[in-house]
Structure formats: C-alpha cells, structure tokens
Write a protein that binds this ligand. Structure first.
Ligand code: ATP
Length: 227
C-alpha cells in the first residue's frame, strides 16, 4: 500500500464563518498527480490554503505530510511549509534580486549554511526546470512561463513531500501553460507528489490524471470522461 501524504476526513473548510466546503474526504498517495478543479469561487484556493496552514481546519480530520491540521500551531506553519512546495498563480518571486539570490534567500531562511551545498542545490533545481543558464537574470527579465519555472524550482529546494500548485498556469497563455505543465509532469515522473488546482480543462484533457472537483460545497472525484 502506497504511503498517504494527505488525508482529509469529513473536513469542513471555512473562510471566517462562511462554510465553503463540507464533508470533504480526500486521500493523496505518494507519487500521485491530482487535479483540483471547479468553477471560480467554488473553494479551490480555500482548500489549498487550509492545506498549507493559511486557513485553520476547525472541523473534521486532516493530516498532511507529518502534520495534523487540527493541531497545527502558528509556530508549526514554517516547518509544515518546508515539507510542502507551494506554487502560486502569481509566482511570488522577489523582484529586487536575481534568480539565484531568490533561491538562496529561501535556502538561508530554511536553515542552510554551507555555500557549496547551496550552490549545487540551486543548480540542481534550476536544471530540473530548464533554467540553469538563467540564474543571473532578474525576475522582470524573464517571461511569465520562465518565472513560473523558477517558482517551481524554488518549491523543489527542500525536497518537498507534496507540491501544492494553486492555478500555476492561471497567468499564462495556452502555449506557455503547456510548457509549464511539461515541467510539472517531468517532476511528477521523477517521483514527486503534486496537487494542482486549475480551471484549465485543456490541460486536464492533454494530461489526464486523478481529478477532484469542488462543486456545491463538496469535493468529489470525477471520472475524466465526464469532466
Ligand atoms: N478572504 C476571504 N474572506 C471571506 N471570504 C472569502 C475570502 N476569500 C475567498 N472567500 C470566499 O470563499 C469562496 C471560495 O473562494 P476561493 O477563492 O476558495 O474559490 P476558488 O475556487 O479558488 O476561485 P478562483 O478560481 O476564482 O480562485 C468564495 O465565495 C469567496 O467569495
């Protein structure tokens, strides 16, 4: 039996006092690539935020990597996020420094000190996303697709047990979306576990995989044909 990296049981997701999703039962196994789809406003981002500790889980059970979401304390959140790689729609790169320094910043903030180990880790993750030669560039010198590749490289720095990608292609044109998706597929093939929220149905058709859908305050698995 494969290892479970995420499990929610009868969970409810709230934004303050508004119920967004209820009776959520979800399991993600090591090595899975899982989509989370749903129309705008159905709760995909709220779901993802609950997983990385941005919204508290107050009802039901939730375990992600080694953490119990019901018991999560403020001080645990940075440690949880080290075990997760989070990728956002808007990249969230630091604009005042080049790509290598963006990655160095994360490594230092997560306790790395050895300069040569940091350099080789940075080379390794940039290589994985096809950006090894562009480490000296500033984010504004890169296209949206390249910036998202760097954001994916950043998510890989601490060998995450689960990558959470919230609309990673949301700001990209269709061709660039496919290129970024190829990177995610490659990372997935190398054994990484990925949960990706998206409303891009073309990507689902091109790269079919297990799919969860938010609809009517519920999350359920859908069979690809009926998506
Ligand atoms: N900070 C907030 N405070 C209160 N309600 C919020 C907040 N953020 C989102 N909501 C509400 O929660 C519901 C779900 O929003 P959410 O952003 O999770 O949906 P989504 O499926 O990710 O949508 P999109 O595809 O547009 O990003 C919406 O009704 C939204 O209005």
């Amino acid at each position: 039996m494969s290892q479970i990296v995420l499990e929610l049981k009868n969970a409810a997701i709230y934004q303050r006092e508004s119920l967004i999703l209820s009776e959520v039962d979800v399991r993600v196994y090591k090595g899975d690539f899982v989509y989370l789809i749903g129309k705008t406003g159905t709760g995909k981002s709220s779901f993802m935020k609950t997983l990385y500790g941005d919204l508290p889980l107050t009802e039901g059970e939730g375990h992600i990597v080694d953490y119990n979401l019901r018991m999560l304390k403020e001080k645990d959140i940075p440690f949880l996020r080290r075990k997760l790689g989070v990728v956002f729609q808007d990249f969230k790169l630091l604009m005042d420094r080049n790509i290598k320094d963006n990655l160095l910043f994360v490594l230092r903030a997560t306790g790395w000190t050895d300069k040569s180990k940091m350099d080789s880790k940075i080379d390794e993750v940039l290589d994985k996303v096809g950006m090894k030669t562009k480490g000296f560039k500033y984010p504004y010198q890169l296209s949206g697709g390249e910036q998202q590749r760097v954001a994916i490289a950043r998510a890989l720095l601490n060998n995450p047990e689960l990558i959470l990608a919230d609309e990673p292609t949301g700001n990209l044109d269709p061709q660039t979306s496919v290129e970024v998706m190829e990177v995610l597929q490659e990372i997935s093939k190398n054994g990484n576990t990925i949960l990706m929220a998206t409303h891009d149905y073309a990507l689902l058709l091109k790269y079919p995989s297990k799919t969860l859908k938010c609809d009517g305050q519920r999350v359920f698995e859908v069979v690809q044909k009926t998506v």
